[in-house]
Design a binder for this molecule. Structure first.
Ligand code: BTN
Length: 245
């Protein structure tokens, strides 16, 4: 990964550029990275705060030959790689909150956004967007994020090299992607569950259709969250915001 790198100072969103490049035939592993995004995209149509020089704002183009319904697995795979990379270059212990938020000391340090372009004959490309708050200071976050968001620098008390983190992250991503292509999702699922903060705990899942409270049992082979409510009924959660009950 990262043999082809598109580096920009200011962009609207690296996702947008990666989609365009993917349509123009960019090869697998191409990355787009920017110092600043003026309209960074988050999950569920939210925005992603991406101030200049403080974080890693990056999108990766993948072209996996897998069925469309397996694409969510790639998000979980990316989350594992990010956790491994942060663990390797910092003294912090990151954890994953389903599906793909990475937390340090309970606050969000990284978000991952996976977008797919598919045609009737299968996946055309998958764009994985990763936003890591690296050297962001508490004051850089807007008020509504201050409670929930953090950065590696805040949690560790010192800044780290973004270049080093990207380098380690790309190696980790490539390694875990190769493992996935060779051995399938099982080894990734196991790694993911080892880092997951939500599994085995009582949680509240807020979906588009309502709220479900219950115990998070684990994830399925597709990366779907299994939630057992207090009547013992097990729900499959495809998309939701999760908080601890
Ligand atoms: C989330 O909502 O948690 C996902 C946030 C994803 C942010 C990254 S930053 C790089 C890439 N470009 C974007 O516009 N978004 C993703």
């Amino acid at each position: 990964f990262g043999k082809e790198v598109v580096y920009e100072e200011t962009v609207s969103s690296t996702q947008q550029i990666a989609h365009r490049l993917a349509n123009e035939g960019a090869s697998e592993g191409t990355i787009v990275v920017a110092e600043e995004q003026v309209s960074g995209k988050g999950r569920l149509s939210r925005s992603w705060h991406s101030p200049k020089f403080t974080g890693i704002w990056m999108s990766i183009i993948l072209r996996p030959i897998i069925p469309i319904d397996k694409a969510p697995q790639l998000t979980l795979l990316a989350a594992v790689a990010v956790v491994q990379a942060i663990e390797e270059v910092t003294d912090t212990l990151p954890q994953i909150k389903w599906p793909n938020d990475i937390l340090i000391n309970g606050k969000k340090v990284t978000g991952i956004l996976t977008e797919m372009q598919a045609e009737s004959d299968g996946i055309h490309s998958v764009i994985i967007g990763i936003g890591i708050n690296v050297n962001t200071k508490q004051d850089d976050f807007p008020d509504d994020l201050k409670e929930k968001a953090t950065s590696i620098q805040i949690e560790q008390g010192k800044s780290i090299s973004r270049a080093k983190l990207i380098q380690v992250l790309l190696l980790r991503l490539e390694k875990i992607y190769d493992l996935y292509l060779e051995k399938g999702f099982s080894p990734i699922k196991q790694l993911w569950e080892g880092y997951a903060v939500t599994i085995g705990r009582d949680i509240i899942a807020t979906t588009l259709t309502g709220t479900i409270t219950g115990r998070a049992l684990g994830i399925t082979e597709e990366g779907v969250l299994l939630l057992e409510d207090n009547k013992g009924e097990v729900h499959k959660i495809y998309s939701a915001d999760i908080s601890l009950a």
